[in-house]
Design a protein around this ligand. Sequence first.
Ligand code: CU
Length: 187
Amino acid sequence: MALAERVVAQALLLVMAASLQLSHAAVYKVGDSGGWTSIGNIDYKQWAATKTFQVGDIIHFEYNAQYHNVMRVTHPMYRACNATAPLATYTTGNDTITITTKGHHYFLCGVPGHCQAGQKVDINVLRTSETAPTPSPSGLSPPPSFPSVGIPAPSPSKATSLKASKGSFSKLGLAMAAFAVFVSGLH
Ligand SMILES: [Cu+2]
């Protein structure tokens, strides 16, 4: 395969993998029907605790932009309700933020007193959470192998994870088939 074609094909595969990942994305409205507010003592810690956030998920902040805003801050700023130097500020009243990395994402309302009143949320994407497989930049890596020798009968949880992985592989296979068609079309 010529280098140019290889690059194009790999780029295409990456786009496909990304779109597969997007199809798994969920939209979470912060506070659910209560939205993003300092009134009513909404427990955003409790709200976040009931969710399993994953990379690619969309966090939706809905609020009256006259009275509130959204600021992404560091952990120390979050703990101290310090809104003086946010990493990012959102002010439309209808903000959607796509989570692109694992770990904690801290948000608070920068209006004085609101964070202290509880208008702050920690979106934690667990590092162990399952994500869609993505090809490595150097080409296709072989699928991870599962230990099959010397282990007792699979536990229900193991059976579930195997099933999920098979599903992901068949999707990847579909993408690869489409990519093969694309490459043969180049000739
Ligand atoms: Cu506020």
